[in-house]
Design a protein around this ligand. Structure first.
Ligand code: PHE
Length: 467
């Protein structure tokens, strides 16, 4: 990312050897994609929305909308080679349209700030759970004990504030120093380690959990449980988990060598991200059913099921510590992506140093985070529209801002950019290009807008009015 030298961009990349640069990019994007979204959010949102049918819609959104939007974002980023705001302005003009496309970048900057404000709070929970695991808090604990530990933890706003502060400090530190390169090494170890640990846990849930009920819950679609609101949640989850729709991937794409295949890199990231989410679900739901928990229990789901399982396994304290350490790392590499558009914008637009920009953005995010900290205790009863403050920030960002950003990104790449530009970036590969172009032009924008209109009931209202 910013530590990548100018020589890495443009045609001069051949000096550096292609494989490691391509790998570095895939690692950075995978690090951004794999995070709390896969392991914390996916299971609880799937649980709240009835399981099977939700998972099916989520998968359809990942491949039909998420993948083409990701490709669009990378190709826009690589062509513009600036922060998302400047890139959209530059390309808007270059493609003979308008500089006003910069607002798409602007919305992404805001979305990243809002998402990180709650993401950091939940990441703080994982830090606290590392400490609890080391202390053996879950060894031999039953469902009730683990539930109580979680309840009294989130009930203490001061503790949540401390953890949130610590996580933001870690994030600002890395972003300020621009040492993302070091984190790439971490991703190289972390993602495979996370995968292996999830497989170990899968072994446990196959033998000790209600594996059948879990699998049935996840893969037997019951469409009667699917409302348009759940379809919107599934689409929002696809955007959130892939880190798309807010410019994070665009910012990373700006540092991508010319000859790297965007299609290949996207396919690798989407596959890794989706596998980890599905695996997390396969571990968690059997445990939910075996322990008489409720899959619709909300944001605490992972923090109640996994410590329970890990506490009963031989070597549980060790595995539990390892798991929450890995999850904290995964959250960390995602948090950096969430800050990148805002920081890159401040640096380029106002000639701030990277350290200054990271401090300014970090402080703002930290302050906003108190909305989420308090949503689980003092302000838990302050509910409106979708629930607590946290629920509303989450809904606004994942389900509205990211998909809306996705519409603009897909329309820009599919309609505003001329075929020469996009074919040049994607390497005109015949069928693959045509499939992408069709998905970006029609399927993604129309699909997203349709789900929006359905979810707010506008289409039915229109049909009724004219029907
Ligand atoms: N994809 C990350 C996750 O699943 C969250 C994220 C969203 C990161 C948007 C960057 C940008 O945890």
């Amino acid at each position: 990312m910013h530590s990548v030298s100018a020589a890495d961009s443009g045609k001069r990349i051949s000096l550096h050897g292609t494989w490691s640069s391509r790998m570095a990019f895939i690692l950075a994007v995978t690090g951004s994609a794999v995070g709390l979204g896969n392991i914390w959010k996916f299971p609880y949102v799937a649980g709240e929305n009835g399981g099977g049918a939700f998972v099916l819609v989520y998968l359809a959104c990942v491949f039909l909308i998420g993948m083409p939007v990701m490709m669009s974002e990378i190709l826009i980023g690589r062509r513009g080679r600036r922060n998302p705001v400047a890139t959209m302005a530059l390309l808007g003009e270059e493609e003979g349209h308008s500089r006003q496309w910069l607002w798409v970048g602007g919305m992404g900057v805001v979305a990243g700030i809002l998402i990180l404000s709650y993401y950091s709070v939940i990441a703080g929970w994982t830090l606290a759970y590392v400490v609890k695991s080391v202390g053996g808090a879950f060894s031999g604990a039953d469902a009730e004990t683990v539930g109580n530990i979680f309840g009294s933890f989130v009930g203490d706003w001061r503790l949540l504030a401390v953890c949130h502060t610590l996580f933001m400090a870690l994030t600002v530190f890395v972003v300020a120093r621009g040492v993302e390169r070091g984190l790439e090494q971490a991703v190289r170890v972390m993602v495979p380690a996370l995968l292996i640990l999830l497989l170990v846990l899968l072994g446990y849930s196959v033998t000790s959990g209600s594996f059948r009920s879990g699998v049935e819950f996840m893969f037997t679609p019951d469409f009667s449980k699917l409302t348009w609101d759940s379809v919107l949640a599934a689409m929002g989850q696809a955007f959130f988990t892939l880190s798309i729709g807010m410019g994070a991937i665009m910012a990373y794409g700006a540092y991508l060598p010319e000859e790297t295949s965007i299609t290949g890199a996207s396919a690798a990231v989407v596959t890794a991200d989706t596998s980890i989410a599905i695996l997390a679900g396969l571990v968690i739901f059997p445990l939910v059913f075996a322990n008489g928990l409720n899959p619709a229990d909300g944001p605490g789901l992972v923090f109640q099921t996994l410590p329970l399982a890990l506490g009963q396994m031989p070597g549980g304290a060790f595995f539990s510590t390892l798991f929450f350490v890995l999850l904290s790392f995964a959250a960390w590499t995602s948090a950096i992506g969430l800050m990148e558009p805002a920081v890159a914008w401040l640096v380029e637009r106002y000639q701030r140093s990277r350290a200054q920009a990271a401090m300014i953005v970090g402080t703002l995010i930290w302050a906003l985070g108190f909305g989420t900290v308090l949503s689980f205790n003092l302000l838990a009863d302050l509910t409106f529209y979708k629930g607590t403050l946290f629920d509303n920030v989450d809904h606004l960002t994942s389900n509205i801002m990211l998909p809306l950003g996705g519409v603009f990104i897909a329309v820009f790449a599919g309609w505003i950019m001329c075929r020469n530009s996009t074919a040049d970036e994607l390497g005109n590969t015949g069928t693959a290009y045509k499939v992408w172009h069709f998905l970006a032009r029609y399927v993604a924008p129309i699909g997203i807008l349709f789900v929006f209109l359905k979810a707010v009931g506008l289409l039915d209202w229109v049909a009724a009015a004219f029907g």
